[in-house]
Design a protein around this ligand. Structure first.
Ligand SMILES: [Zn+2]
Length: 299
């Protein structure tokens, strides 16, 4: 089995040296796709010869030809592969990512094309839900979108309600996850906890009654008065930064799209101390996941 040479780092000069043309990118995708070895998807044969295109593989038994992009997020991509790699590199390594408008200007592509590709990237940035938050975890909900002023409430209006969990570690904050919820009922809150927070975590929430039923599962859950946010300074700073970022890139978007932005933000945020491997992680995910169609691509 060949050893895969991962691209490491955030240096664009090194990136340009490694990925000079489409062939370099096909080779990279092939090395990820068949890292654990080749197996024909039709007949299960483990032996292959050269396929039609460069870096494609053809089953020696049944002749099935498979390209490195088949069944990945790069399949039938409207953007040349080298540009697609550049976009994935920029979005993953730039602190604030890049909007589809910025991408279309920089790479001379239609904004809609950039927007569609960025949507795929955001899907690849969804949490794997494998690494739950541990230790001290603060949870809060907030509204996003719509006018900033207005009374504080938990009912659903024009704004969308988001629940956020943030890990507190000795020297600051650790990872965070956020999800749109319909309302702040226990029914909506419980799946978020199940997906993102370890049962052993010391969870701290405000005194909202929606959290009470969770105490049977999360034995270390503690409710404290929020004191208008003063008791949760880290999570409030995080929410402020997240809202500022979203406000800076778009004014309104569909619920499906908003979740994409929340995923994008936290994919980068949770890797801020391990940025060297962020591009490779993103490409691995884009090879492993098939894109889901967006229901409402108009917004
Ligand atoms: Zn075969």
């Amino acid at each position: 089995m060949a050893i895969r040479i991962k691209f490491v780092g955030v240096n664009s000069i090194k990136f340009n040296q490694r990925f000079k043309d489409d062939a370099c990118c096909y080779e990279y995708l092939a090395s990820i796709k068949w890292e654990q070895g080749y197996k024909c998807k039709r007949c299960g044969c483990l032996k292959y010869g050269k396929g039609k295109k460069a870096f494609s593989r053809r089953c020696i038994k049944c002749d099935r030809d498979e390209s490195p992009t088949a069944g990945t997020m790069f399949d039938k991509c409207k953007i040349p592969l080298l540009l697609a790699f550049h976009i994935a590199f920029k979005i993953s390594t730039k602190k604030k990512g890049m909007s589809s408008l910025e991408l279309s200007k920089e790479f001379e592509l239609r904004q809609k094309t950039c927007w569609e590709f960025k949507w795929k990237i955001q899907q690849a940035m969804q949490s794997s839900k494998q690494y739950k938050l541990e230790g001290e975890v603060h949870v809060d909900e907030f509204f996003i979108g719509g006018p900033e002023k207005g009374k504080r409430g938990r009912s659903k209006g024009e704004k969308r309600l988001v629940i956020l969990a943030l890990e507190k570690v000795t020297d600051g904050v650790g990872r965070a996850y956020a999800q749109i919820i319909e309302n702040a009922s226990a029914e909506q809150i419980i799946p978020f906890f199940d997906n993102y927070i370890s049962k052993e975590a010391k969870v701290i929430t405000d005194e909202w009654k929606g959290y009470v039923p969770l105490k049977t599962k999360y034995l270390n859950l503690k409710q404290v008065p929020s004191g208008d946010g003063e008791n949760f300074p880290e999570i409030h700073l995080h929410i402020m930064n997240l809202k500022g970022w979203i406000r800076g890139i778009h004014h309104h978007c569909s619920e499906e799209r908003l979740q994409g932005y929340l995923d994008e933000y936290h994919f980068r945020y949770n890797r801020r101390n391990t940025m060297h491997s962020i591009f490779d992680t993103l490409i691995q995910r884009m090879v492993a996941y098939e894109p889901k169609r967006l229901n409402n691509p108009a917004t």
